[in-house]
Design a protein around this ligand. Sequence first.
Ligand SMILES: Nc1ncnc2c1ncn2[C@@H]1O[C@H](COP(=O)(O)OP(=O)(O)OP(=O)(O)O)[C@@H](O)[C@H]1O
Length: 355
Amino acid sequence: MIIRRLDFENYRNLKAGQMEPHAGVNLISGPNAQGKTNLLEAIWLFTGGRSFRGAKDADLVLRGERRAEVNIGFFCEEREQTAQIAILNGRRNAVLNGVPLKRASGLIGRFFAVLFSPEHLSLVREGPSFRRNFIDAALCQVKPGYAALLSRYNRTLVQRNALLKEIPRHSALLDTLDVWDERLAALGESVMKGRAGYLEKIRGPAQKIYAGISQNKENIQLEYQKSAEDLKQALYASRRDDIATGHTNFGPHRDDMEITIDSLSARTFGSQGQKRSVVLALKLAEAELLFRETGERPVILLDDVMSELDSGRQDYLLNHLTDCQVFITCCEPDAVKQLRDGILFFMDGGVLSKK
Ligand SMILES: Nc1ncnc2c1ncn2[C@@H]1O[C@H](COP(=O)(O)OP(=O)(O)OP(=O)(O)O)[C@@H](O)[C@H]1O
């Protein structure tokens, strides 16, 4: 997947401009608040997803204007293609190869990108839900039916929890718990199998990439941690606790992914740079898996990735991701000097220029 050209009009603070990116690395430098992230966000919208900053579509239009538009020409599935995103009246519309799509989400599966943004550091810094979400989001992209399975599991979990809260007041309802346990255990086992399987696949690429980032000085290990080995049995055994607390204490909603660097927990012992490197390795490994599943290498979007990384790690990102097209934003003037091949852009007040 290669973006050949991109133009924008009234997208956030990007008034009007265009770029012809390099097929390799595109480094977008500039001081804070100039529009670098806005540019990555505009590219991200072509995945069919919403703003990765949780913004409403209406907020994506330059203040005071009615309509925003972003166009790309890109090479995918061995042919040149075009796509357009337009935002009008708080709605995002998409056109693919001249054909208007019913919904902007119709672009899902037609344009692939993998994004690193500083918010993703929660994956290592925060609690298990961020790690579960990472695996779930990645699986939804590559495994047909996984999103539906997950939502069935979550719905069943909500229903079981509602029942647990009712049982103390209506003891006859205890008899119906068997049915819900059976259902939840079956769905839960499938979710856990899917996640553990994904981890098996991503482990090798993530280890290789992490070794590259750390210049072969460190190793990471990823392990899926189940809250229960036999879910049906665990649900049965914890009924008393579950009824007392009013929620289900075992299942994939309580699982985690343990990440260690040289056998020490990345969350507890990792430095800022190591944590950042772990998240990068996971994201780049996700891109590798997308390639294996779809045959397309996603565009890599790295927002504000350089800070906290030493020059060796920065060098890896700038000069060793040779298989895919990469867009990197950065504020560090020194990082820019390390770029060996690629194009250096400068963003100033929403105006993009080549350096
Ligand atoms: N709808 C909008 N209309 C006009 N300006 C906007 C709109 N949305 C955001 N902005 C402006 O865009 C700027 C932020 O741009 P962006 O987040 O891309 O910065 P950045 O260059 O990535 O900075 P940093 O290096 O700090 O991450 C802010 O000044 C903000 O006010």
